[in-house]
Write a protein that binds this ligand. Structure first.
Ligand code: PRP
Ligand code: MN
Ligand code: MG
Length: 181
């Protein structure tokens, strides 16, 4: 088995920093949705860790649903084609939806999802992304809650993968170029 630490060059955001930021955002979300029933929608698979920790940081009752989409496959570049691998179980009609994502990179996945959700009659749809890469944006995404803006490097860990690996790293780290070049 390969040691994860030998495959990364730098830790960008530690688990401790993430958990602290999730507490701050959860407190803000609790205030913003004080008079609304929230439905959390996680985007599989990248959002698994952030959903687990963020949902537990919320002081309120919030059901969780999942949508599985993929645009990267086994590449460090987005294909630009978003594929649904699993649709939602919940009906979004009249619901207040908060999409929980690990990262906004080009923005293609979320802009596609927002358009898709808009047609399902939700009362509101907002986005929380743990990470965002402003320098990589190809399309603008209206994102209400952002954990951290980061540089345009290929990052893994805390749910984020390269070719399905490294999701189980606790921190967010920069993948060593020797892994993918
Ligand atoms: C990754 C990431 C986001 C998306 C962001 O998902 O988890 O969902 O790409 O990139 P974008 O802003 O350029 O669209 P991926 O397609 O790799 O699927 P995964 O979540 O299963 O890893
Ligand atoms: Mn994803
Ligand atoms: Mg991926």
């Amino acid at each position: 088995a390969v040691d994860i630490q030998s495959e990364i060059t730098e830790i960008l955001v530690t688990e401790e920093q993430i958990l602290k930021r999730l507490d701050e955002i959860a407190a803000q979300v609790a205030v913003d949705y004080a008079d609304k029933d929230l439905l959390l929608v996680g985007v599989l698979k990248g959002a698994i860790m952030v959903m687990a920790d963020f949902s537990r940081a919320l002081p309120t009752v919030a059901p969780i649903d999942w949508m599985a989409v993929s645009s990267y496959g086994a590449s460090t570049k987005s294909s630009g084609v978003v594929q649904i691998r699993k649709d939602l179980d919940e009906d979004l009609h009249d619901r207040h939806v908060l999409i929980v994502e690990d990262i906004i990179d080009s923005g293609l996945t979320l802009s596609w999802l927002l358009e898709n959700f808009a047609s399902r009659g939700a009362a509101s749809v907002e986005v929380f992304a743990l990470l965002r890469k402003p320098d990589a944006a190809k399309v603008h995404v209206d994102c209400r809650y952002v954990g951290f803006d980061i540089a345009n490097e290929f990052v893994v860990g805390y749910g984020l993968d390269y070719a399905e690996k490294y999701r189980n790293l606790r921190d967010v780290a920069i993948l060593a170029p020797h892994v993918y070049s």
